[in-house]
Every structure is written in C-alpha cells, then in structure tokens.
Design a protein around this ligand. Structure first.
Ligand SMILES: Nc1ncnc2c1ncn2[C@@H]1O[C@H](COP(=O)(O)OP(=O)(O)OP(=O)(O)O)[C@@H](O)[C@H]1O
Ligand SMILES: [Mg+2]
Length: 305
C-alpha cells in the first residue's frame, strides 16, 4: 500500500510525497465545481474558529464526505487531489490516512470491530500533537452493506456498527481536526444508518460536456504528440456519449494507444487506432449493464424456484 502501517489495526499513513507521486500530472475534467466545493468545505473545517465550530455543533455537522458513483469516475483521484491542495494551500500540518480493509477485517468474532476501534484510536493519538488528519475509507461497501438486504457475517456487521459509532464521534473541534472521506461504487447497497451520517454526499460522474471532452482529449493526446482534428473530435464525442464511457475509460483507451505507439511506432495511424479503441474498447457502463443484467436475471431465477 506504500505507507506507514500501524501494527494491527489496519490504519495506514501515506506520505504526501507518495500522494504526489500518485497524482503526478493528474487532472480531473468536468468535476471543477465539485472539487472546489469540497475544498472550501474542508478548508472551512480546518480553519474554523470557535464561533464557526459552535455553528457546526449546532447543526451536528461532522466533517465527513461520502463520494459515490460508478467505477472509473475519479473518486479516489478526487480525494488525493483534495488532500494535496489542502496540504499546499491550507495547512502543512495535515496527514493522509487510510484503513487497509483487508487487514482490518478479521473472521474472529469481534476482532474486526476491535481493529476498527483501534484504527480510530491510533488516528486520535496521531493527531494529539495538533496535526489534522484526512482519512479516506475506500470501498466502504466491503463492510457497510445494508443489514436489511444481506445477511452479512456477524464480524462484518459489528465492524459497521463500530464505524457508525465513530462517525457519531466525529465532531469538529479547534484542537483535533479529522476529515473523513468514504468512497463507494454502490451507494444504494450501503446501510442507511451509515449513509445518513455523512454530512456531504456527492455523486461523482463527470458526464463530460463538449468543452470538457475536447480539453480532456487534447490533454491525453499531448504526451503522444497527437493533435486531433475538430471533425474527429466531434465524432469521438458522439461515440463517447453513445457508449456512455466513464472518464477513466477514456484514459484507459489512451493507455492502450500508448502501448500501440511504443510497440508499433510509426507503423500505426494514431487516429485510426484511437477510433478503433473508441468503437471497441472497454466501457464500464456497458460492462455494468451486462453484469448487472446477469446478476438481476440470476436473482429472478432464484426467486422463481
Ligand atoms: N473526470 C476525470 N477526468 C480525468 N481523468 C479521470 C476522470 N475520472 C477518472 N479519471 C482517471 O481515471 C483513472 C481512474 O480514476 P479513479 O481510480 O480515481 O476512479 P474511481 O472512481 O476511484 O474508480 P473505482 O470506483 O473503480 O475505484 C485515474 O487515472 C483518473 O485520473
Ligand atoms: Mg477508487
């Protein structure tokens, strides 16, 4: 995971240098207003004076953000970029943490819950020197699926209850500043008790308009020195909409294109390969529609038995 791992709890501190490496030259397109909104919220939490903190307490406003949306829409990147900007523009005294869910979850009865408690305890200790913490809980669904829909393993249910308690303990204060970002692909499967505790809930999916799409394609084309023509861009935009690509899908197509350029060199036409990739390459939405269809059909078959 590339960070300092606390002994048993699964809490991991990731250095700013590592985050910078992960987001090196990364830009998110079509998400400007969301990025700005989240930055302003986190900044307000970090610089809050006692009067502002009273407002937070009055409204029970905990510094917690839930980001949800399909795979490949930029949720994890958004958290990394947000942390980087807070570190550079608001306070250097903030550290990035995450919880290694695989390490935290333990089949022994009650152990996952104890690990999670310990992770938050470790975090509070780490902040006792006055520094702030930016905690990202990625793949929240791995232990927060709705109790009413799925009979989870008892260990997982207990861990979720612990998270609920910890979310209730997240109060803004002038001495301890902890911002929690939860991420999931399947918000509708997350337990309502968990979802409702997040102060900010944001759907992340850029759904690029024409201008953002053009800027994104130009940005992705630059390293391979390809300059798309306006007419081509228009056709690509039609395919983008038709195949409902997620923003990350487009980057993945360019990854393949780069491989083609490296391996085939001048033998290929970048334009032709790009069109082929747009027409035939992987689309998260199409894949989801197919697998979700199979999943739904499977459930229907089970129900009919
Ligand atoms: N709106 C966007 N603009 C530019 N690049 C994007 C955008 N969304 C995603 N990407 C790129 O796609 C890749 C995948 O993004 P990321 O891992 O943040 O998605 P995710 O939503 O966390 O996916 P998952 O739910 O599968 O974990 C990254 O390289 C990211 O830079
Ligand atoms: Mg992610």
């Amino acid at each position: 995971m590339g960070g300092y791992i606390y002994e048993t709890s699964g809490l991991v501190q990731i250095s700013h240098a590592e985050i910078e490496k992960r987001i090196f030259q990364h830009r998110l397109f079509g998400l400007d207003s969301l990025q700005e909104h989240l930055f302003q919220f986190c900044k307000a939490v970090l610089i809050a004076d006692s009067e502002r903190i009273q407002d937070f307490i009055f409204y029970d406003l905990a510094p917690s953000i839930l980001l949800y949306g399909s795979p490949n829409t930029g949720k994890t990147t958004l958290c990394n970029l947000l942390f980087d900007r807070l570190k550079k523009e608001v306070t250097n005294e903030i550290n990035f943490y995450t919880i290694d869910i695989g390490k935290m979850l333990d089949p022994a009865l009650g152990q996952s819950s104890r690990n999670l408690e310990e992770a938050f305890e470790d975090l509070r200790k780490a902040c006792s020197d006055g520094s702030s913490a930016f905690l990202v809980l990625d793949e929240l669904d791995s232990f927060c699926m709705s109790r009413s829909r799925i009979q989870e393993h008892d260990a997982i249910r207990r861990a979720m209850t612990t998270l609920i308690l910890e979310l209730d303990r997240l109060h803004p204060s002038s001495t301890r500043k902890l911002i929690l970002c939860g991420i999931t692909n399947v918000e509708d499967l997350i337990d309502t008790a968990v979802v409702r505790r997040f102060s900010l809930k944001h759907f992340v999916d850029a759904n690029l308009d024409w201008d953002d799409f053009r800027c994104y394609i130009e940005y992705l084309s630059r390293p391979i020195k390809y300059i798309p023509q306006d007419q081509d861009l228009e056709q690509l935009y039609d395919i983008y909409k038709g195949r409902a690509f997620k923003s990350g899908d487009i980057k993945a197509l360019y990854k393949t294109l780069l491989i083609d350029v490296i391996c085939e060199g001048k033998k290929i036409s970048i334009r032709d390969n790009l069109f082929k990739l747009f027409k035939e390459g992987f689309s998260t939405s199409e894949h989801l529609a197919k697998t979700y269809g199979e999943f739904a059909n499977g459930r229907q078959r089970m129900a009919n038995r």
